[in-house]
Design a protein around this ligand. Structure first.
Ligand code: COA
Length: 441
């Protein structure tokens, strides 16, 4: 394994790593590890990945499952379990074995974290309550999260202590209940305002018809979960259901990854394509009108665009004066793309400008989503025609966004004059907004 690590890392890579340093600084990631992954040989590598995240000032909360260990103990003692995943009724014998399994898994996690030099603590920051009777069936010792003490967890994180949360959680009276670890992780991510909820599983992700879904918008996931004919492994379904709840609770991303793969965490987080399934907020939810506080980020984007002459150079002051024209595309609280929408006198035509996407995100549909959004917004605002002036991206506007060549006469006289004076000799393109359906978001 160490030779694998040596191959994966060269000293010169450190320069490349620098750009990741500010990316998620001080963000909280909740990582839920299935019991089978804790006992997998790759777990030591996962802990090394967590140490890398910590070194980038990412705050990690760890939750572990116990399914595999519970089944193992039941086999050894010849006991029939009333439930494995903590979703069905938990009788006294199953509860007793679950406590044993949890102690074994926690110890194993602690050993690995200690070997990686990570400070950690098992905590009772979560309080449970009995699930009670569902459809007349008493779920006995099965619990669900009643309350998360976010203050304690944040205080631990601020002192560089990694909280480890087990799926045996005490209720108000101090009685232990078995809580499903997928649900536990979702509640933690929601309460802590985490940027990511990550499930490390023995599956290559969420599969639909045998194909792993790499990027899944929230609505598609919900449609999939409601589709009775979709065949999902119950263990994956449980994570998918919790991922959808996490997004409802404003966690921007949930990931379902194969924890058996070397480097799974870092690849998923920092690689452009990723490795497993990432569930994210619906695309249009990521585009919003710019606010004054975005001026610096917009200035930086415009500056990069102007370097290649793709965009008109704009000063910070110009951006501050026209920030209301800007729309931004946000990922994880960072602005990675923008576009402007400006009405021509009379409001029947609008100009789409400054369409720019950070090079790292090119080719992922961000540019076309910005243009699509601008078309719908322009139509909403009563415009009939959208005009784009381009010097280098005629192909993008025509092939990907269905614009057609326009004429200088499409522009109002003042705009024509300004264009002439700029010497940019831009191509005029236009899109008739009557071609859009009326289904506005
Ligand atoms: C042009 C730009 C906004 C496209 O953004 P993007 O997020 O990479 O675009 P998408 O991923 O949505 O691409 C959609 C399609 O357009 C194609 N495309 C992208 N840039 C293109 C270009 N310059 N010429 C022709 N086609 C292009 C892509 O290949 C893709 O095709 P596909 O759907 O067949 O795969 C981006 O490259 C950029 O910021 N460029 C620099 C700034 C610029 O020139 N802006 C225009 C000023 S008005």
């Amino acid at each position: 394994m160490s030779s694998q690590r040596e191959r994966a890392m060269k000293p010169t890579d450190l320069r490349g790593i620098l750009r990741y340093v500010p990316m998620f600084r001080d963000h909280v990631f909740v990582i839920a590890v299935d019991g089978s992954i804790v006992s997998h040989e790759n777990f030591a590598n996962i802990v090394t990945d967590i140490a890398v995240l910590r070194s980038l000032s990412i705050k990690v909360v760890l939750v572990h499952g116990i399914g595999q260990q519970l089944v193992g103990l039941a086999g050894e003692h010849n006991i029939v379990l009333s439930d494995v995943q903590g979703e069905g009724p938990i009788n006294a014998t199953t509860m007793s074995l679950a406590r044993e399994a949890s102690a074994l898994v926690s110890q194993s996690v602690l050993e690995n974290l200690s070997q990686a030099g990570l400070r950690c603590a098992i905590t009772n920051a979560v309080r449970s309550t009995k699930i009670g009777r569902l459809k007349g069936v008493d779920h006995l010792y099965a619990g669900k999260v009643e309350k998360v003490d976010a203050a304690i967890l944040k205080s631990m994180l601020s002192q560089d202590i990694l909280p480890l949360v087990t799926p045996i959680v005490c209720d108000r009276e101090g009685q232990s209940l078995r809580v499903n670890s997928d649900h536990l992780a979702m509640e933690l991510a929601s309460a802590l305002g985490a940027s990511k909820l990550i499930y490390l599983t023995p599956f290559s992700g969420l599969q639909v018809n045998g194909i792993v879904q790499l990027n899944l918008p929230e609505d598609d996931l919900k449609r999939l979960l409601a589709d009775k004919s979709a065949k999902l492994d119950p263990r994956i379904r449980s994570k998918a259901v919790q991922a959808a709840k996490a997004l409802d609770n404003d966690v921007p991303r949930a990931h379902i990854l194969d924890g058996r793969v070397f480097g799974c965490l870092l690849t998923e987080i920092f690689d452009k394509v990723g490795l497993g399934t990432m569930v994210h907020a619906n695309d249009y939810d990521r585009i919003r009108q710019a606010k004054k506080k975005d001026a610096q980020a917009l200035y930086n984007l415009a500056k990069h665009g102007a370097k290649t002459d793709a965009l008109v150079a704009r000063t910070r002051q110009q951006i501050e004066q026209s920030f209301a024209d800007f729309y931004v595309y946000e990922i994880d609280d960072s602005i990675i793309g923008c576009a402007t929408l400006h009405p021509y006198p009379g409001g029947k035509s609008m100009e789409l400008g400054a369409v720019y996407v950070q090079p790292f995100y090119h080719g992922r549909g961000v540019g076309s989503k910005l243009v699509e959004f601008a078309k719908r917004r322009a139509k909403q605002l009563g415009a009939k025609k959208l005009i784009a002036l381009t010097t280098q991206t005629q192909g993008f506007f025509q092939s990907a966004c269905n614009f057609v060549p326009g004429a200088l006469t499409d522009l109002p006289a003042e705009r024509r004059k300004a264009l002439k004076e700029s010497g940019r000799n831009s191509q005029v393109l236009s899109f008739s907004l009557s071609r859009l359906s009326d289904s506005l978001r």
